[in-house]
Ligand binder design. Structure first.
Ligand SMILES: Cc1cc2nc3c(=O)[nH]c(=O)nc-3n(C[C@H](O)[C@H](O)[C@H](O)COP(=O)(O)OP(=O)(O)OC[C@H]3O[C@@H](n4cnc5c(N)ncnc54)[C@H](O)[C@@H]3O)c2cc1C
Length: 480
C-alpha cells in the first residue's frame, strides 16, 4: 500500500505521541528503544517480512481496555499514524504495521476463560489460536478459529474460516459479545442487544475499522478425537486431485468433513520430473471415524499420507508445527471467489499454473489454495444471525493465491512481480454476487465493496469513526 510521504509534522507526531503516552502509561508499557529485545521481537514478528522494515516511533503494550483507550486518545491528540497488531499475519502493509508512528501490540493481553455453565469462552486478543486451542482442549472444547496454530485473533474480525466452519459457521458467527474501544476512546460492549450495528460490522467486516476489540466472548464447541492428515501428491496426479476436490466442493454433505486443496510451485526448474511442484491436501474429519468421506483422495496414488487419529491442537499443527513461523517471508495474498460446476475451478488453476511456470524468476514460492464454502456453513452462519458478509448459500469456494518474493529484490523488480501477480488474479473473473474473503485479500481488491451489505457497513463506519480518525491514521480496508 502506498501512503503519501510523511510531512515534517507527521514525522514528529509519532515521537510526540510516544513521549506523552510514556507519561500516562509508564515506560513498562511504552517502548521506544529500537534495540531492546521486546521492540525487536514485535517488529520481527510479521508473516509478511516486508513489514519488519518499518520502525514504529514506539510500541505500546497495553494490558487492559483502559490502556488501549488511553493509547488511542494520546495518538489522536498528537495526530500520529498508528497500527493495531494482534498475530501480525495480515500480509497487507500498514494494516498491523506502521513506520514512524505508534504501534499498539495487543500481545500482552492473553487472559482466557471457560464458563462451563454457559459453555461460553472468553479470551483477550493477544494469543494466537494455537494457544487458545491448547487451553480449551482441557475442557474438551474449542473456539472456532484458524486452521493453522500460529495465526492471531484478528482472523475472526475478517470472518475466520476454520476446519470446523462447515459445522459451526465462520469464527465471527460464534461471537456473542465483544468489548470494544471505539476510535473516540470510549469502551463499549457490542452484542445482539448492545450496539448491535457495531456487533454486525465486527462479525467479518474487518479489523482496525470500527474500534479495537479487547475481549471476545464466543460460543465454544465440543471436540474430541479427529481423523485428519495431509496427503501429498506428485503433480502428475493434478487432474485426478482436481476432480476429487471439485467433487467434494459440489457434493460433500457431511459437515464434519473439511478440506483445503493447495498446489505449490517452487522456482527451481522442473527438469521434466515435476520436482518443482506438489499438491498438498489438508483433510480433516471431526470424529475418529470418517467413513468413506475422503476415499476419492485416498485412492489416488500419493507420496505421503499422514491421515490418522489426532487431537485438535495436532490438527492445527499440520503438516508441521510452527508452519506459520517457518513460512514467514516477503508474502502477499490475493483472493478469488467462484461457483462450482461452471468450469471456473480449472480456469483458476490453469491460469495460476501458466503464470507460475512463466514467472519462475520472480518468486521463491507460489501457491493456489481452494477453500470450499458448503451449504452447511452458510446455513450455520444464518442460524446464528448471519455475519457482515451475509454469505449467499453454498456451495461455492474461495481461492487464495500466494506469492513469496525473494528477499533483497529491488523495489522495481518487486513492483513488477506484484503487478504481474495482480494481473493474474484480476484476469480470472470472479463469480457475481459472492463476497471476496477479507482474510485472503490484498488491500487493492477492495473486498468490502463486494459485500451485499457494503452501504450498511459504510454507514456503521461513519457512525463509529465519525471524524475519520481510523480511516486517516491507520491502514485498512477502503470504505470509499
Ligand atoms: C499462514 C497463514 C494461515 C492462515 N490461515 C487462515 C485460516 O485458517 N482461516 C482464515 O480465515 N484466515 C487465515 N489466514 C488469514 C488471516 O486470517 C489474516 O491474515 C488475519 O488478518 C490474521 O490475523 P492476525 O491477528 O494474525 O493479524 P494482524 O495482522 O495482527 O491483524 C489483522 C488485522 O486485524 C486488525 N486487528 C487485529 N486485532 C484487532 C483487534 N483486537 N481489534 C481491531 N482490529 C484488530 C489489525 O489491525 C489488522 O488490520 C491465514 C494467514 C496466514 C498468513
Amino acid at each position: 500500500m502506498v501512503l503519501a510521504p510523511l510531512k515534517a509534522s507527521a514525522l514528529t507526531a509519532g515521537p510526540a505521541a510516544c513521549a506523552n503516552l510514556t507519561n500516562y502509561l509508564g515506560s513498562s508499557k511504552v517502548n521506544s528503544n529500537q534495540l531492546s529485545l521486546q521492540y525487536i521481537n514485535t517488529r520481527e514478528d510479521y508473516w509478511n517480512a516486508v513489514q519488519s522494515n518499518y520502525a514504529p516511533s514506539c510500541i505500546i503494550y497495553p494490558s487492559s481496555a483502559q490502556d488501549v483507550s488511553v493509547a488511542l486518545q494520546g495518538i489522536r491528540a498528537a495526530r500520529s499514524r498508528f497500527a493495531i497488531k494482534a498475530g501480525g499475519h495480515n500480509p497487507n502493509t500498514y494494516f498491523s504495521s506502521v513506520d514512524a508512528g505508534v504501534l499498539i501490540d495487543l500481545g500482552s493481553m492473553t487472559d482466557m476463560l471457560y464458563d462451563s455453565e454457559t459453555t461460553l469462552a472468553t479470551y483477550e486478543p493477544g494469543s494466537d489460536f494455537g494457544h487458545l486451542y491448547n487451553y480449551y482442549v482441557q475442557f474438551n472444547r474449542t473456539v472456532v478459529g484458524a486452521r493453522l496454530a500460529g495465526v492471531g485473533t484478528g482472523l475472526a474480525l475478517g470472518g475466520g474460516l476454520s476446519f470446523l466452519s462447515p459445522q459451526y459457521g465462520m469464527a465471527c458467527d460464534g461471537f456473542r459479545e465483544l468489548e470494544v474501544v471505539l476510535p473516540s476512546g470510549e469502551i463499549v460492549t457490542a452484542s445482539n442487544t448492545n450496539n448491535p450495528d457495531l456487533f454486525f460490522a465486527m462479525r467479518g467486516g474487518g479489523g482496525n475499522a470500527y474500534g479495537v476489540v479487547t475481549k471476545y466472548t464466543v460460543q465454544s464447541r465440543q471436540i474430541g478425537e479427529f481423523y485428519a492428515g495431509n496427503i501429498i501428491y506428485l503433480f502428475n496426479q493434478t487432474t485426478a486431485v482436481a476432480e476429487a476436490i471439485q467433487n467434494f466442493i459440489q457434493y460433500n454433505d457431511n459437515p464434519k468433513a473439511s478440506i483445503i486443496g493447495t498446489y505449490e510451485m517452487l522456482p527451481t526448474p522442473s527438469l521434466g520430473l515435476d520436482l518443482d511442484r506438489a499438491v498438498i491436501m489438508f483433510l480433516v474429519h471431526d470424529g475418529p471415524d470418517a467413513g468413506d468421506v475422503f476415499q476419492n483422495f485416498t485412492k489416488i496414488p500419493s507420496l505421503i499420507n499422514t491421515l490418522g487419529i489426532k487431537t485438535y491442537p495436532e490438527v492445527a499443527n499440520m503438516p508441521i508445527s510452527m508452519e506459520t513461523e517457518l513460512s514467514r517471508g516477503d508474502n502477499i495474498f490475493r483472493v478469488g471467489v467462484h461457483r462450482i460446476g461452471d468450469g471456473s475451478y480449472m480456469t483458476a488453476l490453469n491460469n495460476w499454473f501458466n503464470w507460475a511456470e512463466s514467472n519462475k524468476g520472480s518468486y521463491v514460492l507460489s501457491s493456489i489454495d481452494f477453500q470450499p464454502i458448503p451449504r452447511s456453513l452458510t446455513d450455520a452462519s444464518k442460524s446464528q444471525g448471519g455475519n457482515a458478509m451475509q454469505m449467499p448459500d453454498g456451495p461455492w469456494f474461495w481461492v487464495n493465491y500466494l506469492i513469496s518474493t525473494p528477499p533483497g529484490m529491488s523495489q522495481e523488480d518487486y513492483n513488477a512481480a506484484q503487478a504481474s501477480f495482480r494481473e493474474l488474479v484480476a484476469n480470472t473473473t470472479n463469480a457475481e454476487g459472492l463476497p471476496l474473503f477479507i482474510n485472503d485479500a490484498s488491500y487493492d481488491q477492495n473486498p468490502l465493496s463486494t459485500f451485499s451489505t457494503y452501504s450498511k457497513l459504510q454507514g456503521i463506519k461513519k457512525k463509529y469513526d465519525p471524524d475519520n480518525f481510523f480511516a486517516d491514521y491507520t491502514g485498512g480496508w477502503s470504505f470509499e
